[in-house]
Write a new protein. Structure first.
Length: 162
């Protein structure tokens, strides 16, 4: 995910009614939640290489207001799996996020999709196969890059179901 996509996702989160957002891309993960109360300052040791640093972290619950501050914390795999459903590739081929060069992508992070909406195209043996959404929800991540080869079963999208 590029910085612009991440910023757009955070901006969409800040404008939404959501109180929590968790994203995992490759080995990286991001967890964002709104703060309900004044955060407590806690210190913990984080080992980086051979040095140990003291790091301040904020711990709080989610608020009811959508304009509150946002805290960032790493998410674990179990909590991500509970939040998003992955759409996987049914075939081996080249992933394309848009119908043609220079055109808008079928979906981007933050888009709402309905069951049956086209998410992407996978080209296999010169045949363009439209991949449709198996359910309705919000696109939380587009995992492969445009033109990237994907294998059968590879995660293509993460969608938060309605």
């Amino acid at each position: 995910m590029e910085l612009g996509d991440l910023l757009k996702l955070l901006e969409t989160f800040e404008k939404s009614d959501f109180t929590e957002l968790k994203v995992k891309l490759g080995g990286d993960s991001l967890s964002v939640s709104r703060l309900k109360e004044k955060p407590e300052k806690k210190h913990k040791s984080v080992k980086t290489g051979s040095a140990t640093e003291e790091v301040a972290s904020e711990a709080a619950a989610a608020p009811a207001l959508s304009s509150g501050p946002v805290s960032y914390a790493p998410a674990d795999k179990a909590s991500l799996d509970a939040v998003y459903t992955e759409v996987t590739s049914p075939i081996v081929g080249s992933f394309y996020s848009r119908p043609g060069e220079g055109e808008k992508p079928f979906v981007t992070v933050g888009d709402m999709v309905k069951k049956g909406d086209t998410l992407c195209i996978i080209e296999a043996m010169k045949i363009m196969n439209e991949i449709k959404s198996p359910y309705s929800g919000m696109v939380m991540a587009v995992l492969p890059e445009d033109g990237e080869m994907v294998d059968y079963g590879k995660a293509l999208f993460q969608i938060k179901e309605d």
